[in-house]
Design a protein around this ligand. Structure first.
Ligand SMILES: [Zn+2]
Ligand SMILES: [Zn+2]
Length: 227
């Protein structure tokens, strides 16, 4: 589905969403869905009359398996440059185990086993949060830690448009990420408050429906409830 001209949300991934940005210079993919999602992603690429080779870059918002699941396959099939924050890159590469759920008592091992994982994948460029990508008239990488240490969001000031990753979710309203897999809740709340200070019309979430108009008000409301 095309949310705004040139930006498609990829649904049918089982958990969460990925996004495809279509520009004359090539395609940018934001996240990849669960393992096994490559087919759905490439169907969206085909629907805009492009092929896997046209994917120029893949930006991963954080290391969780519902965002990195199909990365290894898509990176290989597209040859795209893969970007992720330096703090999450070791988990994405499989050099460090994911930290697992934050609570659950005796159920923790079970929860850890059922948490989605991605196959180890390459990361070509490690981000710090000061970059501006050559996309959507300048897409700023914002380091929004808490959910994971290397969580990022992507912001286009020109289009007043934000990809939140999991730094915010749109589930029964705009809210901070779910507790179970959020590594540091206080930091995650602070990141959401920082996002609320941006000028945002369009918000594109890792989980939940996009907000296409006046999204900033909803973020400010969420930040006020947390304060
Ligand atoms: Zn996550
Ligand atoms: Zn997620």
């Amino acid at each position: 589905m095309e949310v705004v001209p040139g930006i498609h949300t990829i649904e049918g991934l089982g958990a969460g969403r990925a996004y495809l940005i279509v520009e004359a210079g090539g395609l940018t993919l934001v996240d990849t869905g669960l393992r096994g999602s490559a087919k759905a992603v490439l169907a969206t690429v085909a629907a805009v009359e492009r092929g896997p080779d046209d994917i120029r870059r893949i930006v991963i918002t954080h290391h969780h398996g519902d965002h990195t699941g199909a990365l290894a396959e898509l990176a290989e099939r597209s040859g795209a440059e893969v970007l992720a924050h330096a703090l999450d890159a070791p988990v994405i590469r499989g050099e460090q185990p994911p930290p697992g759920p934050r609570f659950g008592g005796p159920l923790r091992p079970l929860l850890a086993r059922t948490a989605p994982t991605g196959a180890p994948a390459r990361v070509d460029r490690e981000l710090t949060g000061d970059e501006e990508l050559d996309c959507l008239g300048g897409l700023r990488v914002l380091h929004t830690p808490g959910h994971t240490p290397g969580s990022i969001s992507l912001y286009s000031a020109a289009q007043r448009l934000l990809f939140t990753g999991d730094a915010a979710m749109h589930l029964f309203g705009v809210r901070p990420p779910l507790r179970l897999f959020t590594e540091d809740r206080a930091t995650a709340r602070a990141s959401l408050a920082r996002l609320a200070a941006l000028q945002i019309d369009v918000a594109l979430f890792g989980h939940g429906r996009p907000i296409e108009h006046a999204a900033g008000r909803r973020f400010r409301g969420a930040a006020e409830r947390l304060a």
